[in-house]
Design a protein. Structure first.
Length: 139
């Protein structure tokens, strides 16, 4: 659904029908990304560590906080000015409190399917402002 590429890791928000579906999806994504990165780097071998952190988001507030965390994480780590992270799916996100930058290419992430990810999170604080910072602070 949404992603943010950091300097040494990736944040993603995904939807899955089951724990097994989540594992298969993450493993497939990790494999495709590793092959692509190794091709670019002209090398072979492991790219990812053997772990990932998964957390089920079960309430509208948790989903909204997760969206802020993923889409605005660069503000926390880089102390960046308010704006849309250029290394995220933020340009295609339709939940900003302002108009996002336009992107001519199609969104590289799948659209949300569940009530929680399409409507529910909006009931826990409304649209997201680019001046929000993960952790609940606003600057």
């Amino acid at each position: 659904m949404h992603f943010s590429v950091q300097t040494d890791h990736v944040h993603i928000i995904v939807e899955a029908d089951s724990g097994d579906g989540l594992r298969r999806g993450i493993n497939g994504l990790a494999g495709r990304l590793a092959r692509a990165l190794n091709r670019v780097w002209r090398r072979r071998g492991a790219v990812w560590g053997d772990r990932y952190h998964a957390r089920a988001l079960a309430t509208p507030r948790e989903v909204r906080n997760g969206l802020v965390y993923v889409l605005l994480n660069f503000r926390k780590h880089l102390r960046a000015a308010p704006g849309v992270d250029p290394r995220s799916s933020g340009a295609w996100f339709d939940g900003w409190s302002h108009d996002p930058p336009t992107r001519p290419e199609p969104c590289p992430a799948a659209p949300a399917r569940t009530w929680l990810a399409t409507v529910g999170w909006r009931r826990a604080g409304g649209p997201i402002a680019t001046h929000e910072i993960p952790g609940g602070r606003v600057k």
